[in-house]
Design a protein around this ligand. Structure first.
Ligand code: IPE
Ligand code: IPE
Ligand code: MG
Length: 253
C-alpha cells in the first residue's frame, strides 16, 4: 500500500508543468455497471459517480488545468427510464448546491454546453445561478455537458450560419473553421487536448465530434465511480510522452 502510494505520487511529480494540456474532456461512463456489480440500483452508481467528479476536479485544480469538460447527460440519455432521468437531474441540483463553496474556494468557473433549455426548470435555475455566481472566477473552467449531443450542436450551428447567409449578413466564402467553431456551444474554449472515457467502451457517443479532431484518446478499463485523481495524472503523464504531429512528419516538429 505504502509502495503503491509512493509510485502514484511520483506520477504527478513527473508531469512537465510547461507542457500541460489546456483542456481535458471526459466521458464519465460505467456508473450503472459499477452499481450492478455491487448488487445495487443504477442510481447508487450515479451517486458514487459524484465522488469521482470531485476527484477529477481536485486533480485539475492541483495541476493547474485551465479547462475540464465533463459529459454528464447526453441528448440520447433522455430515452432512459424516467425514474433514472429524474434521479440524475436531482443529483445535478444537489451537487451544484453542495459544491458551491468548493467552486468559490478554488476560483472554479462553472459553465455548461448543450440544450440546457431541455432541463427541468429548477435544474436550469440552479445551473444558471451557479454559472452566474462563478462567472468572475479565473481558475479552472468546469464545463458540464448537459443534454449535450454533438450532432445537434453541429446542426444548430449550421442553421444559424445558413440563416445569416439567407438574410444577407454573411457570405458563404466567409464561413471558415474559426467562424464555425464560434457557433458551437464551446465557443471561446480551446479544443480538448485529451479525451478520456472510462468503463472500457471505446466509442465517442456523440461527444464533441468537431472539437476532438486532434485530441489524444484514452480509454480506461475502470468504471467511473472508481476514477481517482491518480488516473487523471497518469493520463496527463502519458499524453506528454505522445508525439502530436497534426499531420506533419516527426522531423518537422
Ligand atoms: C454514465 O454511466 C452516466 C451517464 C450516462 C449519465 P452509465 O449510467 O452510462 O453507466 P453504464 O454505462 O450503464 O454502466
Ligand atoms: C455517454 O455514455 C454519455 C455520458 C457519459 C453522459 P452512455 O452510457 O450514454 O453511452 P452509450 O449509450 O454506452 O454509447
Ligand atoms: Mg453508459
Amino acid at each position: 500500500m505504502v509502495e503503491k502510494l509512493c509510485l502514484q505520487m511520483s506520477v504527478k511529480e513527473q508531469i512537465d508543468q510547461s507542457k500541460l494540456p489546456e483542456h481535458i474532456a471526459i466521458i464519465m461512463d460505467g456508473n450503472g455497471r459499477w452499481a450492478k456489480e455491487k448488487g445495487e440500483m443504477r442510481v447508487f452508481g450515479h451517486q458514487n459517480g459524484v465522488t469521482a467528479v470531485r476527484e477529477a476536479l481536485e486533480a485539475a485544480v492541483e495541476i493547474g488545468l485551465p479547462y475540464l469538460t465533463l459529459y454528464a447527460f447526453s441528448t440520447e440519455n433522455w430515452s432512459r427510464p424516467q425514474s433514472e432521468v429524474n434521479a440524475l437531474m436531482e443529483l445535478l441540483v444537489n451537487s451544484l448546491n453542495q459544491e458551491l463553496p468548493t467552486f468559490h474556494k478554488h476560483r472554479i468557473r462553472v459553465n455548461s454546453i448543450g440544450r440546457t433549455a431541455d432541463l427541468p426548470e429548477h435544474c436550469q435555475g440552479t445551473l444558471r445561478q451557479t454559472i452566474e455566481e462563478t462567472k468572475h472566477h479565473t481558475g479552472c473552467t468546469l464545463t458540464l455537458a448537459l443534454s449535450y449531443g454533438s450532432r445537434e450542436e453541429i446542426l444548430s450551428a449550421t442553421k444559424r450560419l445558413a440563416e445569416q447567409v439567407q438574410q444577407g449578413h454573411l457570405q458563404i466564402q466567409e464561413i471558415d473553421e474559426k467562424l464555425f467553431s464560434a457557433h458551437l456551444y464551446t465557443e471561446g474554449m480551446p479544443d480538448p487536448d485529451i479525451l478520456i472515457r472510462t468503463s472500457g467502451e471505446e466509442r465517442i457517443s456523440n461527444y464533441m465530434l468537431w472539437q476532438i479532431a486532434y485530441a489524444e484518446l484514452f480509454f480506461l478499463p475502470i468504471l467511473w465511480p472508481e476514477f481517482t485523481r491518480e488516473h487523471l495524472f497518469q493520463c496527463i503523464y502519458d499524453y506528454q510522452t505522445r508525439e502530436r504531429r497534426f499531420g506533419k512528419t516527426s522531423e518537422q516538429l
